[in-house]
Design a protein. Sequence first.
Lengths: 306, 203, 124
Amino acid sequence: MSQTHFELNDIHWLMDILQDIDIGLVVLDRKYRVQLWNSFMDSHSGISPQKAKDRDLFDLFPDLPQDWFRQKCSAVYELKISTFTIWEQRPYLFRFPSARPITGRSSFMYQNTHIIPLESANGSVNHICLLIYDATDSAILHTDLKATDKLLRDARKRDLLTGLLNFQTFQAVLQTYIQEVQPGSTSHLIMLDIENFSAYNHSHGFAAGDELLKKIAAFIQASTVPELTARLSGGRFALLMPDRSTSECQSCLDKIRDSLSNSGRQDARLSCGMALLSPEICTASDWLIRAEAYLLGSQKPDDSGE
Amino acid sequence: MSYACAITEDQRDCYQELTNVAMGRAAERLAKLLDTFVRLPVPRVSMIENSDIRMAIQEVGQDSSVSAVCQGFAGSGVVGETLLIFKDTSFANLADMMHYSGPLSRQAELELLMDTASILIGTCIRGIGEQLEIDFNQSHPVILGQHCQTADILRSGNSTWNSTLAIEIHYQLENANVECDLLLLFTEESVNILNKKIDYLLD
Amino acid sequence: MSLNLLICDDSGFARKQMAKSLPPDWKVDIHFATDGVEGINAIREGKGDIVLLDLTMPNMDGFGVLEIIRREDLPAMVIVVSGDIQPEARKRVLDLGALAFIEKPIDTDKARQVLTEYGILTGI
């Protein structure tokens, strides 16, 4: 601390400032009994300085993470260093309601804390000072930023209309799967296509076409693992079916088709191609080409399909 | 505004010696906390151009994944920032030494990072301050990243400074795979103030 | 014949600090070395009846110097002057044969106290 000498008047001012400052100030003794409690602490906890005086902090706040807090404080006592904690470690030390309950978008106050050793005249540390900073705004901002960042990154991976993976992402998923799958596992790639989708768009309008795509995407997602489904282009979809037999895949397909016809869109039909992962398939394209061949085969009127 | 900012060989030597004393104090406290011996290196003192700071930090991590925390400090017109960069391979050993039980989650690593940062940064800054008769205030620490590449620690763009006085301390624990780098970075304006104080000591 | 005192530290600033901290009326010939290797050479040349030795130095650190002094049984009374104030560092240098340990930054009082305590500062 600096060696400045204060006049008596200044001390009164300082005391007023410490009382009114928008930072929590608590002084604790070695037994964690409260020695000082400023009005920030009073206002946010509802516990007056008179009530807090000499009380065990852990009695006043039974929810306080006791072991954690003691460990931080013991470093301050034993090593005579001040220590900092940030809301990323623990959102708060004291559960106080948010200082902006209406517009603040958090029900509680995020807190950063600073714990300072208070040396007595003989150089020993028998008291520590806790400074509590309201970090709600920066925490919310940080969380928002992270969410936006994730959204943006997700958006690049997905088809905007249906929310399924887009072609590029699905291709990468397939490639990784081919490289990492155990040999001998039974895995299928299903490709679905809305028959005469351009004609559907033409007669019902593009808005209705988009609605149909969204509906089918929802049925597809409901039928299997959503993270393994994609809209490849136009009216074409794909599903990766890890460790699923042909009949399991068939029943999944039936489910999608049933949902579609039950939704009152009897005029929309899905054709399908299904390709088993075999040793000759080395890349995502190999697998997609094979599934597409079966799909196109199934669309020929004289072919019963795979 | 541009500042003619350079340090002479004598000044560099003096910064190095002040750091020596300060890092020794920090090591003493870390050794006490972890019940181990900290191997002290010769600190590196140099002026670094803005364009070279990434390279300096990259040398620290040497392509391995790192976690980093930074903390600002200020006193008597001297302003700067400390960066503590941990090799992520250090955390398992560090957790053992600090008697952390349970799985080593990101959250547990964050606790370890913050605990060591409090000791190393606080003691070192105070140690240098005491020798120069500067009372440094520290701002709250900020996490720069966990499990990232050193290149990602400093985001590019809108940095307003040209060059900085950089003091680099490479801490290593004996018989444990724990390695971290403490970088003290002073702004150009600060270096002019510091140099005056240093010259006074050199007289 | 006056005593030879060797100050061994890689920092010029620290060497100056150490030289300044010595009692002004003490009649010794002061020599300097800038790392452990230079230090050992100077001791072998008889310039280090008393050595003020730093620990963290390039080329050879203070621990290395102490080891060689012990191995070769060189006639040097070593006082370690270091910022490495870990109890383990102090213990190690004393085990290696150092006479005393002075915490950096050194000053006149610290120096005089240790030199008197070990009876090095006589005849003043």
